[in-house]
Design a protein. Structure first.
Length: 95
């Protein structure tokens, strides 16, 4: 699972038939301190996330398709949850 921030939307006028109606989001992975932790990537929104939201992603095809509830979708990464709080050994962090 990947902790990330939604930094934008992806608009695609032509998509695979199983992605018609799917919302594609641009995500920035983060560490638990809220700092960028890698390159931005694209994920299908499975929970109604919006720009600026802190989200939890699944980046494994089979599990991503299960969350999206379409076994035929050609997806690899899906937003599976919107995060409210991150707790660490050092205390609670609100990102």
């Amino acid at each position: 699972m990947i902790l990330a921030r939604v930094v934008g939307n992806i608009v695609a006028s032509q998509k695979n038939e199983y992605l018609v109606g799917a919302k594609l989001m641009l995500l920035q992975p983060l560490d638990t301190g809220g700092n960028p932790a890698g390159d931005e990537f694209i994920a299908v929104d499975g929970v109604g996330a919006g720009e600026g939201d802190l989200v939890l992603c699944i980046a494994e095809g089979g599990s991503a398709r299960a969350v999206y509830r379409n076994a035929k979708s050609p997806i690899d990464t899906v937003i599976a949850g919107i995060v409210d709080v991150v707790e660490s050994e050092d205390g609670t962090l609100r990102l």
